[in-house]
Design a protein around this ligand. Structure first.
Ligand code: AMP
Length: 192
């Protein structure tokens, strides 16, 4: 099973994606986590990615596509995989399509977690001021940039997948349990 999870920063995508991957027993592939890990490790990829991430900008497609490709080829992804935060641009979506068609696989569904912008800003600023270690890009400077990047570069993917009948919209408001119940209902229906 191959599922893409799309949602703006602050929508709760990371938490829900982790839970959904465990529920479906497939690999959770978060490009944000992979890039943060590379930054912590201080390797070449991390050094290149850090400057983009701190500013709330996207890391260049070629870098991201190459790290995803490496992970997709591992046994961990044999049963399936949940893409969290990838693809983020049309270029990445096309690269993923090309890779999947080469390997004879296809996407099952694209889930869009929807939360209105006022609520997103409230959540993100709350996270930035929160006590538990904020992310380097949860800053009042980077947050508006991340939302703008989402609108300009990632939101066009919604139409791309809608046209192929793959998009499923999910209301991301309410408690994490309420949101997960909606997600579960959508994927369970798909599996029937
Ligand atoms: P996330 O944890 O998914 O919000 O990602 C955090 C940051 O990592 C983003 O703001 C980008 O700088 C970078 N990033 C994560 N995934 C991608 C991607 N698919 N393409 C480009 N940059 C990415």
């Amino acid at each position: 099973m191959l599922i893409i999870f799309i949602g703006p920063p602050g929508a709760g995508k990371g938490t829900q994606a982790k839970r959904l991957a465990a529920y479906l027993d497939i690999a959770h592939l978060s490009t944000g986590d992979m890039l943060r890990e590379a930054v912590r490790a201080g390797n070449e990829l991390g050094k290149m990615a850090a400057s983009y991430m701190e500013k709330g900008q996207l890391v260049p497609d070629a870098l991201v596509v190459s790290i995803v490709g490496q992970r997709l080829d591992t046994p961990e992804c044999a049963k399936g995989c949940l893409f969290d935060g990838f693809p983020r641009t049309l270029g990445q979506a096309r690269s993923l399509d090309a890779y999947l068609s080469e390997t004879g696989r296809s996407l099952d569904a694209v889930l869009e977690l929807k939360v209105d912008e006022e609520e997103l800003i409230r959540r993100l600023l709350g996270r930035a001021q929160g006590a538990n270690a904020p992310r380097a890009d949860d800053t009042p400077e980077a947050i508006p940039k991340r939302l703008e990047v989402y609108r300009a570069q990632t939101a066009p993917l919604l139409d791309y997948y809608r046209q192929r009948g793959l998009l499923r919209e999910i209301d991301g408001t309410g408690s994490p349990d309420e949101v997960f119940a909606r997600i579960q209902a959508v994927v369970d229906k798909h599996r029937e």
